[in-house]
Write a protein that binds this ligand. Structure first.
Ligand code: ATP
Length: 524
C-alpha cells in the first residue's frame, strides 16, 4: 500500500529537536560554537553508529550478491587520518582540490562562488543582485525596493559565469550597497597541520588532514592484495573522519568541515568496469531504500559529461529530497567510475607496482575502480529527515484514526499532536523503553528494573518511571524508540507485560519469558 508522501521537515525543526533531545549539539557551544563543526550527543552517537554498522554489515560482512548472483568479497580497513603529504600530491588533491570563493569586503562574509547566483538586468544596464542558490528572496526584494523593478526583467546567471567587468555592479547577498564582492579565487580545501614537537611551520613539516578516506585505501591496495589472498574483483571499505575546510559550511550536518564518510573502492578487471559501475549505482540506491528511505525521496542523477573529472568515464549521485532542497534534491552519495587513475598515480609517484596478476591468464592489469562514496554524517541527516513525522492522534484513543499533520496545520478538535521519529528498528538509538506503571509501588518498580537489567544486556534500553504512561510514550516517540514495555498489576499475577508499538500505537500482552524472542523477531 502506498503511504501518503510526507512533507519534509524544515531544517530548523530538526536542529531544534536534535538539540532538545540530545542528538546533535553545536560544537564548542559554551564558547559560542565553531562554524562547520558539530558534536553528536548520546542519541546521535547511537544513531550514527547504527548507520555505520548497518553499512559495514551490508557492504563488508554480507555484501549484496553480484550481477550474476555470485558472492562478493569486500574487506575492511582503518587507515591513518594523517598520511605522507606525497599521497595528496599524487592523488591530485594538493593541486586541484579547490573551490572558488568570493568575499564580501563589507560584511566579511565568504561565499562559495559556485553557490552564488546573480539576477542580471536583461537590459544589461544597472545593478545586478547576488543570492545564494535556492534563496532568491532577498535579491527579489531588493530588485523591487532598490531598483524599482520586477525580477521578471532579470535573468539568472551563475556568479562564476559572470563577466568580471560586471562584478563591481553586483550587490552581495548581505551587503548594504553594490560593489563589495571580490572576484572568485581558488581556495584549497585541505586543512594543514605541522608534524613534530620541534618542527617549525615550514613546508617540509607540513601535513594534511585527509579530505576523503579513499586515498588510505589506494595506498594500502598492495598490502591487502599481498596479505588477504583476495582475487579480482574485490573491494576494500573504510569508514572514518574526513576534513574539508569548506568555504561555506551550511545546512546543519549536510556540509560541515569535519564529517564522516563510508567509502568502498571496488577493484575489477578493466573489461568489467562498466558492468560493476551499473551494478553499484543500483545496489547503493536500493540500500538506502532498504533502510526505510522512501523511494520518492531518492533519485539517481547521472553526471553530465562536462561534470566528470578528466579520468572518469561515468559518475552518478544518489540524491535525496532534503527539507532545504525540496522540491529539489541534494547529494547523499556519489558512485564514480575512476578507471585506473588512482592506482596509476600512486604507482608513478611511489615507484611501487600496482599491477595485479590474473593467474588464469598470466595477464598483468592495473585494476579499474568503482567508488561508492557516501557521507555517514550526511546519512544521519537523511535518516532524521525521513523519520520525522507529525501526527494528529484522537485524544484518549490509542488506536486508529491517526492523521498525518501538514506543517503549520491546526490541531483538529478532539485530537492532539504527536512528534514521532519513525526510524527502522535496526537504526533506532534506543530499542526498548521499560516502565513500571506506578513509581511508588515497589513490586512494580522491582519487576520493571529486573526486566531492564535483563534487556540492556542485549539492546540499548531506557528506564523511565516518571509521569503518566501516555507522556512517557510521547517522550519515547520523539526519539524514535520502537517498543515500550510496561509492567502493571497483571504482570505481577501472570508474568505478562504490555508492549506498545511506536508506529501503530497498538498494545499487545506478551509473556515476559517470551519478550526477548519477540523483540528479536522485530529486527532490532
Ligand atoms: P559536494 O559536491 O556536496 O561538496 P562532493 O561531490 O565533493 O560533495 P565527494 O567528494 O564525492 O563529495 O564525497 C562523498 C560524500 O561525502 C558526499 O556524497 C557526501 O555525502 C559526503 N560529504 C562530502 N563533503 C561533505 C561535507 N562537507 N560535509 C558532510 N558530508 C560531506
Amino acid at each position: 500500500m502506498q503511504t501518503e508522501h510526507k512533507t519534509p521537515a524544515s531544517l530548523e525543526t530538526l536542529v531544534t529537536l536534535c538539540k532538545r533531545r540530545g542528538f546533535i549539539f553545536q560544537s564548542s557551544e559554551i564558547y559560542n560554537g565553531l562554524n562547520g563543526f558539530w558534536d553528536f550527543g548520546p542519541l546521535g552517537t547511537e544513531l550514527k553508529n547504527n548507520l555505520r554498522d548497518a553499512w559495514w554489515q551490508d557492504m563488508v560482512r554480507n555484501p549484496p550478491l553480484g550481477p550474476d548472483g555470485e558472492m562478493l568479497d569486500i574487506v575492511g580497513l582503518d587507515s591513518a587520518i594523517i598520511q605522507n603529504p606525497k599521497v595528496w600530491a599524487a592523488s591530485g588533491h594538493l593541486g586541484g582540490f579547490n573551490d572558488p570563493m568570493a568575499d564580501c569586503r563589507e560584511s566579511k562574509s565568504r561565499y562559495r562562488a559556485d553557490h552564488l547566483m546573480v539576477y542580471v538586468p536583461e537590459s544589461g544596464e544597472g545593478t545586478a543582485f547576488a543570492f545564494l542558490e535556492g534563496e532568491p528572496a532577498v535579491a527579489e526584494k531588493r530588485i523591487k525596493k532598490n531598483a524599482k523593478s520586477d525580477p521578471s526583467a532579470y535573468k539568472v546567471v551563475a556568479f562564476t559565469d559572470l563577466d568580471p567587468a560586471l562584478i563591481p555592479s553586483v550587490w552581495g547577498p548581505d551587503a548594504s550597497e553594490p560593489g563589495t564582492l571580490t572576484e572568485p579565487r581558488q581556495f584549497n580545501l585541505m586543512f594543514k597541520t605541522f608534524i613534530g614537537a620541534l618542527a617549525g611551520e615550514g613546508e617540509e613539516n607540513t601535513a594534511y588532514l585527509r579530505p576523503e578516506t579513499a586515498q588510505g585505501i589506494f595506498i594500502n591496495y598492495k598490502n591487502v592484495v599481498d596479505t588477504m589472498r583476495v582475487k579480482l574483483p574485490f573491494g576494500i571499505a573504510q569508514v572514518g573522519k574526513s576534513f574539508r575546510n569548506e568555504v561555506t559550511p551550511r545546512n546543519f550536518i549536510f556540509r560541515s568541515r569535519e564529517f564522516e564518510q563510508m567509502e568502498l573502492e571496488w577493484f575489477c578487471h578493466p573489461d568489467d568496469a562498466t558492468k560493476w559501475y551499473n551494478f553499484w549505482v543500483e545496489a547503493r540506491l536500493q540500500w538506502w531504500a532498504s533502510l526505510g528511505v522512501d523511494m520518492r525521496n531518492l533519485r539517481r542523477r547521472d553526471h553530465d559529461e562536462d561534470e566528470l573529472a578528466h579520468y572518469s568515464t561515468a559518475c552518478a549521485d544518489v540524491e535525496y529530497q532534503y527539507g532545504f532542497t525540496a522540491p529539489g534534491f541534494g547529494e547523499l552519495e556519489g558512485i564514480a567510475h575512476r578507471g585506473d587513475f588512482d592506482l596509476t598515480q600512486h604507482q608513478e609517484a611511489s615507484g611501487t607496482k600496482m599491477e595485479y596478476l590474473v593467474q588464469e591468464t598470466n595477464e598483468k592489469v592495473i585494476p579499474h575502480v568503482i567508488e561508492p562514496s557516501s557521507g555517514l554524517t550526511r546519512g544521519v541527516l537523511v535518516l532524521l529527515n525521513e523519520a520525522y513525522t507529525e501526527e494528529f492522534v484522537p485524544k484518549g484513543n490509542t488506536e486508529g484514526g491517526v492523521q498525518l499533520a501538514k506543517p503549520g496545520a491546526q490541531v483538529p478538535e478532539g485530537y492532539e499532536k504527536r512528534v514521532v521519529l519513525k526510524f527502522a528498528p535496526r537504526l533506532a538509538p534506543i530499542k526498548v523503553a521499560i516502565f513500571p506503571l506506578l513509581k511508588n509501588r515497589e513490586e512494580l518498580v522491582g519487576k520493571a528494573k529486573d526486566l531492564y537489567a535483563e534487556l540492556r544486556k542485549t539492546w540499548p534500553c531506557f528506564y523511565d518511571q516518571t509521569g503518566a504512561i501516555g507522556r512517557r510514550y510521547r517522550r519515547q516517540d520523539e526519539i524514535g524508540t520502537p517498543f515500550c514495555v510496561t509492567v502493571d498489576f497483571d504482570s505481577l499475577e501472570d508474568n505478562t507485560v504490555t508492549v506498545r508499538d511506536r508506529d501503530s500505537m497498538k498494545q499487545e500482552r506478551i509473556p515476559a519469558s517470551e519478550l526477548k524472542a519477540w523483540l528479536h523477531s522485530k529486527g532490532i
